[in-house]
Design a protein around this ligand. Structure first.
Ligand code: 2HG
Ligand code: ZN
Length: 462
């Protein structure tokens, strides 16, 4: 017997695809956090904006919560459906709708994978520069929901900088056309920017117009070995002063060991405690000389103890794998993830305090440090010992995160740099946002989603 609410949905949108098989419910009900047991009511896979609107109206009428769903590569539980929600998957709405060479803009449906949008931009001789390791699986809608960052923020900024316009279905089912891809538009509140990073709690993004830019310059990739954590920000300052950086990423020997165990190649014969992968523009002699000068300066200062430079695209990809492969290589340990940020200027003091705290708090757990150090963003993954129950492990990590949130607050940082708050970071939101801000956020939620059907319990308690 089908649920009468689903019968009503079929009547409201007869052509809508619905999935209710247990395997589908499990697949679509979880994201990469793997902490919650998926338990959605069903999965809806609309093909059109009208179907999305019909689902939202039905959800309001029936009092069913909706979980907007893209590639579910999120790491904060933002796309988890564990309480009888309807998963609204945008995966069938995955097309490029328009390219405008004059505007240098690409209009896509929200379910298109990031990599497919990047490829479409490249086919037109341009680039969509937001980029990170899950590019093949995540969706543009998901990157908008979290204001995703990634490995090129240092040069290009976050997703927020690259969204010219959005079509969004609000919590009451209206279709909003936000900013209509205008460059200049000083006509009141910018609701497009409000939607970016709202984690599916204010509206469902159905279409986006992406700004495109010139293709990236020719680049080279260097792997640097560093003797200590303390020199990291000095190396960054020296490289940023001399080079046009496209990326500046850091990881530890612990991270490297995991990636190597997953089949990556180590260009060094010796082991070192800290590493940087940096990509920078080349193309003329001056730039190439500057890269060598930065490296030599770091060696002279004793801040760099070894280095490797890519001689081909294949070698560049090999060096990148050492950094981009980290998340996958430790996924089997169901890590507890921190994704924190401070201003770059606050990084040295924050790092010293965070290292002291975590060294003391986690004497028995393996802790993997890596991240977008050039943006002031660190990923600190704590690995669960095999013999420890997941809830005991998470409970211990949550106690430590409270202390880490205190350190972040003192350094005016953020508990979520780029993964979003979702379910995982919700208890610590007050460390980053003031009570007045949170009250305003709640008010906005009520305006856009009066019946609280959009991703309830994510980001804010309902
Ligand atoms: C990355 O930078 C992603 O590779 C994932 O943001 C980070 O797994 C993580 O903690
Ligand atoms: Zn990251």
């Amino acid at each position: 017997m089908t649920d009468p609410r689903l019968d009503a949905l079929k009547q409201a949108a007869p052509a809508l695809r619905l999935k209710t098989d247990p395997a589908d419910l499990e697949h679509y009900g979880r994201d990469w956090t793997r902490r919650w047991t998926p338990a959605p009511l069903a999965v809806a896979l609309p093909d059109t904006v009208e179907q999305v609107q019909a689902i939202v109206r039905w959800a309001n009428a029936q009092g069913v919560a909706l979980v907007p769903s893209g590639g579910r590569t999120g790491l904060s539980g933002g796309a988890v459906a564990a309480s009888g929600e309807l998963v609204l998957s945008l995966e069938r709405m995955n097309k490029v709708l328009d390219f405008d060479p004059v505007d240098r803009a690409l209009t896509v449906q929200a379910g298109i994978p990031l990599e497919a949008a990047q490829n479409a931009a490249r086919d037109h001789g341009l680039a969509y520069p937001v980029d990170f390791a899950s590019r093949g699986s995540c969706s543009i809608g998901g990157t908008i929901a979290t204001n995703a960052g990634g490995i090129r923020v240092i040069h290009y900024g976050n997703t927020r900088e690259w969204i010219a316009g959005l079509k969004v279905v609000s919590g009451s089912g209206e279709l909003l056309e936000l900013n209509r891809a205008l460059i200049k538009n000083s006509s009141g509140y910018d609701l497009r920017q409000l939607m970016i990073g709202s984690e599916g709690t204010l509206g469902i993004v159905v279409e986006a117009t992406l700004k495109l830019t010139d293709p990236p310059p020719p680049t080279n990739v260097m792997l640097l070995a560093l003797p200590s954590f303390e020199v990291l920000m000095r190396v960054f300052a020296a490289f940023r002063e001399r080079l046009q950086l496209e990326a500046f990423e850091f990881f530890t020997d612990v991270a490297l060991r995991h990636v190597l165990a997953h089949g990556a190649q180590n260009p060094f014969d010796a082991a070192y405690p800290y590493y940087v992968v940096t990509e920078f523009a080349i193309g003329d002699e001056a730039r190439e000389a500057a890269a060598m000068a930065a490296f030599e300066y770091g060696m002279e200062q004793g801040w760099i103890v070894d280095g490797a430079i890519s001689q081909s695209d294949a070698q560049a990809a090999q060096l990148w794998r050492l950094r981009e492969g980290i998340t996958e290589s430790i996924a089997c340990y169901v890590p507890y993830k921190n994704d924190v940020s401070v201003r770059i200027s606050a990084m040295p003091a924050f790092l010293a305090e965070a290292q002291a705290l975590l060294g003391q708090a986690y004497p028995e757990f393996e802790v993997v440090w890596f991240g977008h150090i050039g943006d002031g963003n660190l990923h600190i993954n704590v690995l669960k010992p095999e013999s420890m129950a997941q809830d005991v492990f998470v409970g211990q990590c949550e106690q430590v995160t409270k202390l880490l949130a205190g350190v972040l607050q003192r350094h005016a940082g953020s508990i979520s740099a780029e993964h979003g708050i979702g379910l995982v970071k919700k208890p610590y939101l007050e460390s980053t946002r003031s009570a007045a801000e949170i009250a305003l956020m709640r008010g906005l939620k009520r305006v856009f989603d009066p019946n609280g059907i959009l991703n309830p319990g994510k980001l804010l308690d309902t």
